[in-house]
Design a protein around this ligand. Structure first.
Ligand code: SAM
Ligand code: SF4
Ligand code: SF4
Length: 385
């Protein structure tokens, strides 16, 4: 170990001490419907399967922090696939209907297909299979798409910030070419993992000039089988140096695309949907915008997040998670763990984006850094998007 590595603070642990999760004295039975303090149901679970990634997108894992000395979670800390599946089953008993695998880069987790196979066996209390999706940077998708589909994955979301090779290589910061991600997208469609979503994080001054080329490309080449979604650059984590002036509001994205291709608003396809949907007026498919900075959507946020090591986070901007792993690795029964999950969700009042909007978006940039009294927020690569 060199001298630098002894001083590296693993961000996954910073400021995140919470008392161990205990089994509540009053049981919270799994009834298939669980509401938090703001009346929001628990329907959506995101499971981060690794905190590692082969990209270094500056808005997520900036290279100067996530360098060779960065301390990732040790293997013994990671939940096994059996532990993840057990938790997912208990979440489903409380009403979760959709599971998204994320990371880090989920396709880096060895034999991820094995996890997908196990999760695809799960059922809702009404006997329905869960919706099973995965978010990926696409780098390994060409190789893995068919096996993921065969294992039971239904859909994928691929992140792609630019079609311009130089811009993309700069943004992923590991010199990864656009062509390989596009090949991954095509392989996913060919394998039956569509309709597919493509997520583009828009940073003003970095890739805003790519909005229209991306819109044209996915409209023209994919005949409605790809839904392109523009994500406002968010103040997640504590390392990306977020600044409000680098956020391009979704309203501006819609105005720019609408000037070339008239758009009409669509109704949400499901309650709690993060994206606002828009259709091309000429029938050329749809796009979406995810406006977590300029238009908070906390009021119907039904998403729980499980970190790779088994901590339950109630908000993307949380600084601490509820550690379920000791229960999993102890003597707790399924009923005990389901009760603990129920109790935690019933206590949830998180609504970070709404509060940020009330304070004014500029307030966000001071949160999460070391000079601020607020506890340091969890990293997106640790908790998943
Ligand atoms: N590595 C996978 C990927 O990139 O798709 C999955 C994990 S990544 C953390 C999930 C999503 O979060 C990606 O679509 C990524 O673009 C998005 N994301 C990461 N940091 C972000 C930020 N600061 N603002 C907005 N979106 C961000
Ligand atoms: Fe990796 Fe995804 Fe984060 Fe980019 S956004 S660094 S691909 S985890
Ligand atoms: Fe949900 Fe938190 Fe995002 Fe609000 S800020 S939508 S509560 S994850």
């Amino acid at each position: 170990m060199n001298s630098k590595s002894t001083t590296v603070i693993p961000l996954s642990e910073v400021g995140r001490a919470r008392p161990a999760v205990s089994v509540p004295e009053t049981a919270v039975p799994a009834t298939g419907s669980l509401l938090d303090r703001l009346g929001r149901p628990l329907t959506d679970l995101r499971i981060s399967v690794t905190d590692r990634c082969n990209f270094r997108c500056s808005y997520c894992m900036p290279k100067d922090v996530f360098d060779k000395d960065y301390q990732y979670l040790p293997h013994s800390a990671l939940l096994s696939f059996e532990e993840m599946t057990r938790l997912a089953r208990l979440f489903a008993s409380h009403g979760v209907r959709k599971i998204r695998l994320t990371g880090g880069e989920p396709l880096l987790r060895k034999n991820i297909e094995g996890l997908i196979e196990q999760l695809s066996e799960l059922r809702t209390p009404a006997g329905e299979p869960l919706a099973l999706t995965l978010t990926t940077n696409g780098s390994l998708l060409q190789r893995k798409a068919a096996a993921l589909r065969a294992a039971g994955l239904q859909r994928v979301t691929v992140s792609l910030d630019s079609l311009d090779d130089a811009v993309f290589r700069h943004m992923n910061d590991v010199d990864f070419p656009v062509a390989d991600v596009l090949a991954g997208i095509d392989a996913a469609l060919a394998a039956g993992l569509g309709p597919l979503k493509v997520n583009m994080v828009v940073k003003r001054g970095t890739n805003e000039q790519e909005i229209l080329p991306m819109a044209r490309y996915f409209r023209d080449n994919h005949g409605g089988k790809v839904v392109l979604r523009f994500i406002e650059y968010m103040d997640v984590g504590a390392t990306n140096g977020w600044r409000m002036d680098e956020v391009l509001p979704s309203a501006e994205v819609i105005a720019r695309i609408g000037a070339e291709f008239p758009l009409v608003p669509l109704e949400p396809s499901a309650p709690g949907e993060t994206a606002q949907r828009w259709a091309y007026a000429d029938g050329g498919g749809e796009i979406g915008v995810i406006s977590s900075v300029t238009q908070a959507f906390c009021h119907d946020c039904s998403r729980a997040r499980l970190s790779t090591e088994g901590k339950l986070y109630l908000c993307l901007f949380a600084s601490a998670g509820h550690d379920l792993r000791p229960l999993l690795r102890g003597t707790a029964t399924d009923e005990d763990i389901a009760s603990a999950i129920g109790h935690i969700w019933q206590g949830r009042a998180d609504r970070y984006s709404e509060l940020r909007a009330l304070r004014g978006p500029d307030s966000a940039e001071s949160d999460g850094n070391d000079n601020n009294k607020a506890p340091r927020r969890v990293e997106m690569s640790y908790i998943g998007g």
